[in-house]
Design a protein around this ligand. Sequence first.
Ligand code: URA
Length: 434
Amino acid sequence: MRAVDIIIRKRDHFQLTKEEIKFFISGVVDGSIPDYQASAWAMAVLLNGMTDQETTELTLAMAESGETLDLSEIAPIVVDKHSTGGVGDKVTLVVTPLVASCGLPVGKMSGRGLGFSGGTLDKLDSIPGYRSDLSKQEFLDQLKEFGFVLTGQSADLAPADRILYKLRDVTGTVDSLPLIASSVMSKKIAGGANAIVLDVKVGNGAFMKTIEDARKLAETMIAIGKLSGRKVEALLSDMNQPLGVAVGNAVELREAIDTLHDGGPADFHEHCLVIASHMLLLGKKVSTLDEARAMAEDALKSGRAWEEFRALVIRQGGDVSFIDHPEKLPGAAVTYEMKAERDGFIAELRAQTVGETAVSLGAGRAKKEDSIDLGVGMYVRVKVGDQVKKGDVLFTILAKSEADAQAAAKRLATGIQWSDKPVEPLPLFYATKS
Ligand code: URA
Protein backbone atom coordinates (compact mmCIF):
# COMPACT_ATOMS: atom_id res chain seq x y z
CA MET A 1 0.00 0.00 0.00
CA ARG A 2 1.21 3.54 -0.72
CA ALA A 3 0.05 6.72 1.03
CA VAL A 4 -0.25 8.56 -2.27
CA ASP A 5 -2.75 5.99 -3.59
CA ILE A 6 -4.92 6.44 -0.51
CA ILE A 7 -4.83 10.22 -0.96
CA ILE A 8 -5.78 9.82 -4.64
CA ARG A 9 -8.65 7.46 -3.78
CA LYS A 10 -10.06 9.98 -1.31
CA ARG A 11 -9.50 12.80 -3.80
CA ASP A 12 -11.48 10.77 -6.36
CA HIS A 13 -14.40 10.20 -3.95
CA PHE A 14 -13.80 6.50 -3.20
CA GLN A 15 -14.71 5.02 0.17
CA LEU A 16 -11.53 4.04 2.03
CA THR A 17 -11.32 0.55 3.49
CA LYS A 18 -10.58 -0.19 7.15
CA GLU A 19 -7.12 -1.47 6.07
CA GLU A 20 -6.33 1.72 4.15
CA ILE A 21 -7.39 3.90 7.07
CA LYS A 22 -5.33 1.86 9.55
CA PHE A 23 -2.32 1.92 7.21
CA PHE A 24 -2.56 5.70 6.83
CA ILE A 25 -2.98 6.40 10.54
CA SER A 26 -0.14 4.13 11.59
CA GLY A 27 2.10 5.77 8.96
CA VAL A 28 1.24 9.21 10.33
CA VAL A 29 2.22 8.05 13.82
CA ASP A 30 5.42 6.16 12.96
CA GLY A 31 6.58 9.01 10.71
CA SER A 32 6.67 6.99 7.48
CA ILE A 33 3.92 9.28 6.13
CA PRO A 34 5.27 12.82 6.16
CA ASP A 35 3.36 15.96 7.12
CA TYR A 36 2.74 16.98 3.49
CA GLN A 37 0.98 13.72 2.66
CA ALA A 38 -1.02 13.77 5.89
CA SER A 39 -2.09 17.35 5.09
CA ALA A 40 -3.06 16.47 1.50
CA TRP A 41 -5.11 13.54 2.79
CA ALA A 42 -6.82 15.76 5.40
CA MET A 43 -7.73 18.24 2.65
CA ALA A 44 -9.15 15.42 0.51
CA VAL A 45 -11.26 14.30 3.49
CA LEU A 46 -12.40 17.86 4.13
CA LEU A 47 -13.44 18.34 0.51
CA ASN A 48 -15.00 14.93 -0.17
CA GLY A 49 -16.19 13.82 3.28
CA MET A 50 -16.39 10.32 4.68
CA THR A 51 -19.18 7.81 5.13
CA ASP A 52 -20.29 6.98 8.69
CA GLN A 53 -18.41 3.70 8.34
CA GLU A 54 -15.16 5.45 7.35
CA THR A 55 -15.55 7.99 10.19
CA THR A 56 -16.00 5.18 12.70
CA GLU A 57 -13.00 3.25 11.34
CA LEU A 58 -10.92 6.44 11.40
CA THR A 59 -11.90 7.17 15.00
CA LEU A 60 -11.07 3.66 16.16
CA ALA A 61 -7.76 3.65 14.26
CA MET A 62 -6.84 6.98 15.89
CA ALA A 63 -7.95 5.83 19.36
CA GLU A 64 -5.86 2.67 18.94
CA SER A 65 -2.84 4.57 17.60
CA GLY A 66 -1.54 4.72 21.17
CA GLU A 67 -2.54 3.37 24.54
CA THR A 68 -6.08 3.44 25.85
CA LEU A 69 -6.80 3.98 29.52
CA ASP A 70 -9.03 1.78 31.60
CA LEU A 71 -10.29 3.87 34.51
CA SER A 72 -12.64 1.25 35.97
CA GLU A 73 -10.16 0.46 38.77
CA ILE A 74 -10.00 4.12 39.72
CA ALA A 75 -13.66 4.98 40.00
CA PRO A 76 -16.92 3.43 38.79
CA ILE A 77 -17.73 6.59 36.83
CA VAL A 78 -15.30 9.18 35.50
CA VAL A 79 -16.84 12.08 33.66
CA ASP A 80 -15.36 14.21 30.88
CA LYS A 81 -16.53 17.02 28.61
CA HIS A 82 -15.37 18.30 25.28
CA SER A 83 -16.20 21.31 23.18
CA THR A 84 -15.98 21.21 19.41
CA GLY A 85 -14.30 24.62 19.54
CA GLY A 86 -15.45 28.20 19.77
CA VAL A 87 -14.50 31.78 20.48
CA GLY A 88 -14.33 32.83 24.13
CA ASP A 89 -14.93 29.22 25.14
CA LYS A 90 -13.26 28.89 28.53
CA VAL A 91 -15.94 26.51 29.86
CA THR A 92 -13.54 23.69 30.78
CA LEU A 93 -11.69 25.95 33.23
CA VAL A 94 -14.90 26.39 35.23
CA VAL A 95 -16.92 23.23 34.83
CA THR A 96 -14.20 20.66 35.47
CA PRO A 97 -13.29 21.94 38.96
CA LEU A 98 -16.96 22.63 39.63
CA VAL A 99 -18.01 19.05 38.88
CA ALA A 100 -14.98 17.55 40.65
CA SER A 101 -15.81 19.64 43.73
CA CYS A 102 -19.20 17.89 43.81
CA GLY A 103 -17.41 14.55 44.29
CA LEU A 104 -17.62 13.25 40.73
CA PRO A 105 -14.19 12.25 39.35
CA VAL A 106 -13.16 14.30 36.30
CA GLY A 107 -10.30 13.21 34.03
CA LYS A 108 -9.85 15.81 31.33
CA MET A 109 -7.31 16.05 28.56
CA SER A 110 -7.56 19.37 26.82
CA GLY A 111 -6.15 20.76 23.60
CA ARG A 112 -4.48 23.86 22.24
CA GLY A 113 -6.07 26.46 19.99
CA LEU A 114 -7.31 25.23 16.65
CA GLY A 115 -7.90 27.62 13.74
CA PHE A 116 -9.68 30.71 15.11
CA SER A 117 -10.87 28.85 18.22
CA GLY A 118 -9.01 29.02 21.51
CA GLY A 119 -7.57 26.09 23.47
CA THR A 120 -7.68 25.41 27.20
CA LEU A 121 -3.97 24.50 27.41
CA ASP A 122 -2.92 27.82 25.91
CA LYS A 123 -5.03 29.59 28.54
CA LEU A 124 -3.51 27.49 31.33
CA ASP A 125 -0.01 28.40 30.06
CA SER A 126 -0.70 31.86 31.54
CA ILE A 127 -0.05 30.32 34.98
CA PRO A 128 3.75 29.98 35.36
CA GLY A 129 4.76 26.43 36.14
CA TYR A 130 1.38 24.81 35.45
CA ARG A 131 2.12 21.39 33.98
CA SER A 132 -0.20 20.27 31.22
CA ASP A 133 2.18 17.54 30.06
CA LEU A 134 1.43 14.90 32.68
CA SER A 135 2.42 11.35 31.78
CA LYS A 136 -0.17 8.61 31.63
CA GLN A 137 0.89 7.38 35.07
CA GLU A 138 0.68 10.88 36.57
CA PHE A 139 -2.78 11.27 35.03
CA LEU A 140 -3.92 8.00 36.62
CA ASP A 141 -2.30 8.68 39.99
CA GLN A 142 -3.77 12.14 40.26
CA LEU A 143 -7.21 10.98 39.23
CA LYS A 144 -7.09 8.18 41.79
CA GLU A 145 -5.84 10.32 44.64
CA PHE A 146 -7.70 13.58 44.03
CA GLY A 147 -10.52 12.77 41.62
CA PHE A 148 -9.53 15.58 39.28
CA VAL A 149 -6.93 16.08 36.60
CA LEU A 150 -6.76 18.70 33.83
CA THR A 151 -3.87 18.22 31.46
CA GLY A 152 -2.91 17.90 27.79
CA GLN A 153 -3.13 14.77 25.79
CA SER A 154 -0.31 12.56 27.04
CA ALA A 155 2.18 11.42 24.41
CA ASP A 156 0.90 7.85 24.66
CA LEU A 157 -2.78 8.59 24.04
CA ALA A 158 -4.25 8.99 20.55
CA PRO A 159 -0.91 10.23 19.11
CA ALA A 160 -2.49 10.28 15.65
CA ASP A 161 -4.82 13.04 16.78
CA ARG A 162 -1.98 15.03 18.31
CA ILE A 163 -0.11 15.00 15.00
CA LEU A 164 -3.12 15.63 12.77
CA TYR A 165 -4.54 18.34 15.07
CA LYS A 166 -1.40 20.46 14.69
CA LEU A 167 -1.38 20.01 10.93
CA ARG A 168 -5.09 20.76 10.54
CA ASP A 169 -4.70 23.93 12.56
CA VAL A 170 -2.44 25.44 9.90
CA THR A 171 -3.60 23.80 6.68
CA GLY A 172 -7.24 24.90 6.53
CA THR A 173 -8.48 21.41 7.35
CA VAL A 174 -10.24 21.96 10.64
CA ASP A 175 -13.89 22.32 9.71
CA SER A 176 -14.62 18.82 8.51
CA LEU A 177 -17.23 16.67 10.23
CA PRO A 178 -15.32 13.34 9.99
CA LEU A 179 -12.05 14.98 11.09
CA ILE A 180 -13.68 16.71 14.07
CA ALA A 181 -15.70 13.65 15.12
CA SER A 182 -12.66 11.36 14.93
CA SER A 183 -10.41 13.89 16.66
CA VAL A 184 -12.79 14.40 19.58
CA MET A 185 -13.94 10.81 20.01
CA SER A 186 -10.52 9.15 19.55
CA LYS A 187 -9.26 11.20 22.51
CA LYS A 188 -12.35 10.47 24.55
CA ILE A 189 -12.12 6.72 23.88
CA ALA A 190 -8.38 6.64 24.63
CA GLY A 191 -8.83 8.79 27.75
CA GLY A 192 -11.10 6.21 29.37
CA ALA A 193 -13.93 8.37 30.81
CA ASN A 194 -17.22 6.55 30.67
CA ALA A 195 -19.62 9.53 30.76
CA ILE A 196 -18.94 12.32 28.29
CA VAL A 197 -20.79 15.59 27.72
CA LEU A 198 -20.13 17.14 24.33
CA ASP A 199 -20.60 20.86 23.83
CA VAL A 200 -21.24 21.03 20.09
CA LYS A 201 -20.92 24.62 18.95
CA VAL A 202 -22.96 25.93 16.06
CA GLY A 203 -22.73 29.22 14.20
CA ASN A 204 -20.30 31.37 12.28
CA GLY A 205 -17.68 31.11 15.06
CA ALA A 206 -17.92 27.32 15.15
CA PHE A 207 -16.64 24.72 12.75
CA MET A 208 -20.24 23.64 12.16
CA LYS A 209 -22.09 26.61 10.71
CA THR A 210 -25.64 25.23 10.65
CA ILE A 211 -27.84 23.42 13.15
CA GLU A 212 -28.21 20.53 10.68
CA ASP A 213 -24.43 20.05 10.45
CA ALA A 214 -24.01 20.37 14.22
CA ARG A 215 -26.79 17.85 14.77
CA LYS A 216 -25.14 15.42 12.35
CA LEU A 217 -21.78 15.88 14.11
CA ALA A 218 -23.44 15.28 17.49
CA GLU A 219 -25.22 12.16 16.24
CA THR A 220 -22.01 10.80 14.70
CA MET A 221 -20.05 11.30 17.93
CA ILE A 222 -22.82 9.82 20.07
CA ALA A 223 -23.00 6.73 17.81
CA ILE A 224 -19.22 6.25 17.97
CA GLY A 225 -19.30 6.70 21.76
CA LYS A 226 -22.03 4.09 22.15
CA LEU A 227 -20.08 1.66 19.99
CA SER A 228 -17.24 1.98 22.47
CA GLY A 229 -19.47 1.52 25.50
CA ARG A 230 -19.51 5.19 26.61
CA LYS A 231 -22.48 7.26 27.74
CA VAL A 232 -22.45 10.37 25.62
CA GLU A 233 -24.73 13.38 25.67
CA ALA A 234 -24.40 16.36 23.33
CA LEU A 235 -25.65 19.90 23.78
CA LEU A 236 -25.89 22.12 20.72
CA SER A 237 -24.87 25.59 21.80
CA ASP A 238 -24.68 28.96 20.07
CA MET A 239 -21.42 30.22 18.62
CA ASN A 240 -22.66 33.04 16.40
CA GLN A 241 -21.27 35.49 18.93
CA PRO A 242 -18.40 34.95 21.40
CA LEU A 243 -19.18 33.25 24.70
CA GLY A 244 -18.73 35.59 27.65
CA VAL A 245 -16.73 38.79 27.32
CA ALA A 246 -13.03 37.85 27.24
CA VAL A 247 -11.34 36.44 24.13
CA GLY A 248 -7.64 35.56 24.29
CA ASN A 249 -5.62 33.51 26.73
CA ALA A 250 -4.80 35.25 30.04
CA VAL A 251 -7.98 37.34 29.70
CA GLU A 252 -10.08 34.21 29.40
CA LEU A 253 -8.38 32.68 32.41
CA ARG A 254 -9.26 35.84 34.38
CA GLU A 255 -12.89 35.54 33.33
CA ALA A 256 -12.92 31.87 34.38
CA ILE A 257 -11.50 32.89 37.78
CA ASP A 258 -14.28 35.49 38.19
CA THR A 259 -16.84 32.85 37.32
CA LEU A 260 -15.37 30.37 39.79
CA HIS A 261 -15.96 33.12 42.37
CA ASP A 262 -19.62 32.97 41.31
CA GLY A 263 -19.28 36.08 39.13
CA GLY A 264 -18.36 36.44 35.47
CA PRO A 265 -20.56 37.45 32.53
CA ALA A 266 -24.16 36.24 32.80
CA ASP A 267 -24.16 34.21 29.56
CA PHE A 268 -20.92 32.43 30.39
CA HIS A 269 -21.96 31.78 34.00
CA GLU A 270 -25.23 30.25 32.83
CA HIS A 271 -23.51 28.21 30.11
CA CYS A 272 -21.17 26.68 32.69
CA LEU A 273 -24.03 25.81 35.04
CA VAL A 274 -25.90 24.03 32.24
CA ILE A 275 -22.88 21.98 31.08
CA ALA A 276 -21.92 21.13 34.67
CA SER A 277 -25.49 20.06 35.46
CA HIS A 278 -25.51 17.65 32.52
CA MET A 279 -22.15 16.22 33.61
CA LEU A 280 -23.45 15.66 37.15
CA LEU A 281 -26.57 13.94 35.86
CA LEU A 282 -24.78 11.79 33.26
CA GLY A 283 -22.23 10.82 35.92
CA LYS A 284 -25.12 9.71 38.18
CA LYS A 285 -24.22 12.08 41.00
CA VAL A 286 -27.88 13.09 41.11
CA SER A 287 -31.06 11.75 39.59
CA THR A 288 -32.66 14.87 38.09
CA LEU A 289 -31.44 17.88 36.19
CA ASP A 290 -32.97 20.17 38.86
CA GLU A 291 -30.93 18.50 41.59
CA ALA A 292 -27.84 18.79 39.40
CA ARG A 293 -28.45 22.48 38.86
CA ALA A 294 -28.86 23.13 42.60
CA MET A 295 -25.65 21.21 43.31
CA ALA A 296 -23.72 23.13 40.61
CA GLU A 297 -24.98 26.51 41.86
CA ASP A 298 -23.99 25.62 45.40
CA ALA A 299 -20.49 24.58 44.30
CA LEU A 300 -19.93 28.07 42.89
CA LYS A 301 -21.63 29.98 45.72
CA SER A 302 -19.90 28.07 48.51
CA GLY A 303 -16.43 28.57 47.01
CA ARG A 304 -15.92 24.79 46.66
CA ALA A 305 -15.39 24.98 42.90
CA TRP A 306 -12.80 27.74 43.31
CA GLU A 307 -10.95 25.81 46.02
CA GLU A 308 -10.88 22.75 43.76
CA PHE A 309 -9.33 24.79 40.94
CA ARG A 310 -6.78 26.31 43.30
CA ALA A 311 -5.80 22.87 44.60
CA LEU A 312 -5.45 21.63 41.02
CA VAL A 313 -3.13 24.49 40.10
CA ILE A 314 -0.92 23.80 43.12
CA ARG A 315 -0.85 20.05 42.42
CA GLN A 316 0.13 20.56 38.79
CA GLY A 317 2.99 22.88 39.72
CA GLY A 318 1.39 26.25 38.91
CA ASP A 319 2.26 29.42 40.83
CA VAL A 320 -1.00 29.92 42.68
CA SER A 321 -0.27 33.59 43.36
CA PHE A 322 -1.10 34.24 39.70
CA ILE A 323 -4.67 33.04 40.13
CA ASP A 324 -5.05 34.51 43.61
CA HIS A 325 -3.93 37.85 42.15
CA PRO A 326 -4.97 37.69 38.48
CA GLU A 327 -3.51 41.14 37.87
CA LYS A 328 -0.16 39.28 37.81
CA LEU A 329 -1.24 37.31 34.71
CA PRO A 330 0.28 38.34 31.36
CA GLY A 331 -1.05 41.62 29.98
CA ALA A 332 -0.58 43.67 26.81
CA ALA A 333 1.36 46.87 26.09
CA VAL A 334 -1.58 48.70 24.53
CA THR A 335 -5.24 48.94 25.60
CA TYR A 336 -7.49 50.47 22.96
CA GLU A 337 -11.20 51.16 23.27
CA MET A 338 -13.13 50.79 20.06
CA LYS A 339 -16.29 52.88 20.26
CA ALA A 340 -19.61 52.83 18.40
CA GLU A 341 -19.85 55.39 15.65
CA ARG A 342 -23.66 55.34 15.60
CA ASP A 343 -26.74 54.58 17.68
CA GLY A 344 -28.55 51.30 17.03
CA PHE A 345 -29.12 47.69 17.95
CA ILE A 346 -26.47 45.01 17.49
CA ALA A 347 -27.87 42.62 14.88
CA GLU A 348 -24.72 40.55 14.36
CA LEU A 349 -21.43 40.18 16.22
CA ARG A 350 -19.57 37.62 14.17
CA ALA A 351 -17.71 35.27 16.47
CA GLN A 352 -15.55 34.12 13.58
CA THR A 353 -14.32 37.68 12.93
CA VAL A 354 -13.62 38.10 16.65
CA GLY A 355 -11.69 34.80 16.74
CA GLU A 356 -9.68 35.65 13.63
CA THR A 357 -8.89 39.08 15.03
CA ALA A 358 -7.65 37.50 18.28
CA VAL A 359 -5.38 35.21 16.23
CA SER A 360 -4.09 38.19 14.21
CA LEU A 361 -3.24 39.98 17.48
CA GLY A 362 -1.06 36.97 18.38
CA ALA A 363 -3.44 34.94 20.57
CA GLY A 364 -3.41 31.96 18.15
CA ARG A 365 -1.05 30.30 15.68
CA ALA A 366 -0.56 30.77 11.95
CA LYS A 367 2.09 28.03 11.68
CA LYS A 368 2.33 24.98 13.93
CA GLU A 369 5.64 26.02 15.51
CA ASP A 370 4.43 29.58 16.28
CA SER A 371 4.40 30.66 19.89
CA ILE A 372 1.46 32.70 21.05
CA ASP A 373 1.19 35.93 23.01
CA LEU A 374 -0.69 35.11 26.20
CA GLY A 375 -1.47 38.72 27.08
CA VAL A 376 -3.23 39.94 23.92
CA GLY A 377 -6.90 39.58 23.10
CA MET A 378 -10.01 41.60 23.74
CA TYR A 379 -13.08 42.20 25.85
CA VAL A 380 -16.28 42.11 23.82
CA ARG A 381 -18.52 44.68 25.50
CA VAL A 382 -21.78 44.06 23.59
CA LYS A 383 -24.06 41.16 22.68
CA VAL A 384 -26.53 40.64 19.85
CA GLY A 385 -29.75 42.48 20.75
CA ASP A 386 -28.04 45.18 22.82
CA GLN A 387 -29.07 48.77 22.26
CA VAL A 388 -25.97 50.90 21.83
CA LYS A 389 -25.43 54.65 21.82
CA LYS A 390 -22.79 56.40 19.73
CA GLY A 391 -19.58 56.52 21.79
CA ASP A 392 -20.31 53.35 23.79
CA VAL A 393 -17.37 50.96 23.96
CA LEU A 394 -17.82 47.94 21.66
CA PHE A 395 -14.47 46.24 22.23
CA THR A 396 -11.50 46.78 24.53
CA ILE A 397 -8.56 45.60 22.47
CA LEU A 398 -5.37 44.38 24.16
CA ALA A 399 -2.50 44.53 21.68
CA LYS A 400 1.28 44.50 21.39
CA SER A 401 1.31 47.84 19.57
CA GLU A 402 -0.90 50.76 18.59
CA ALA A 403 -0.71 49.63 14.94
CA ASP A 404 -1.94 46.13 15.84
CA ALA A 405 -4.79 47.63 17.86
CA GLN A 406 -5.88 49.87 14.96
CA ALA A 407 -5.73 46.96 12.51
CA ALA A 408 -7.78 44.83 14.93
CA ALA A 409 -10.41 47.57 15.30
CA LYS A 410 -10.75 47.80 11.53
CA ARG A 411 -11.21 44.07 11.27
CA LEU A 412 -13.68 43.88 14.17
CA ALA A 413 -15.83 46.58 12.55
CA THR A 414 -16.47 44.19 9.64
CA GLY A 415 -17.97 41.67 12.08
CA ILE A 416 -20.74 43.95 13.33
CA GLN A 417 -24.13 44.44 11.68
CA TRP A 418 -26.45 47.18 12.95
CA SER A 419 -30.21 47.48 13.01
CA ASP A 420 -32.43 50.48 13.68
CA LYS A 421 -35.08 48.17 15.12
CA PRO A 422 -34.89 45.99 18.24
CA VAL A 423 -33.21 42.62 17.68
CA GLU A 424 -33.89 39.37 19.56
CA PRO A 425 -30.96 38.16 21.69
CA LEU A 426 -29.43 34.84 20.65
CA PRO A 427 -30.21 31.69 22.65
CA LEU A 428 -27.40 29.95 24.55
CA PHE A 429 -28.48 26.42 23.60
CA TYR A 430 -30.48 24.93 20.74
CA ALA A 431 -30.94 21.25 21.61
CA THR A 432 -29.81 18.31 23.70
CA LYS A 433 -29.10 14.90 22.14
CA SER A 434 -28.26 11.54 23.66
N1 URA B 1 -11.83 19.76 19.18
C1 URA B 1 -11.02 18.71 18.90
O1 URA B 1 -10.50 18.06 19.80
N2 URA B 1 -10.80 18.38 17.64
C2 URA B 1 -11.34 19.05 16.61
O2 URA B 1 -11.11 18.68 15.49
C3 URA B 1 -12.17 20.15 16.89
C4 URA B 1 -12.40 20.49 18.20
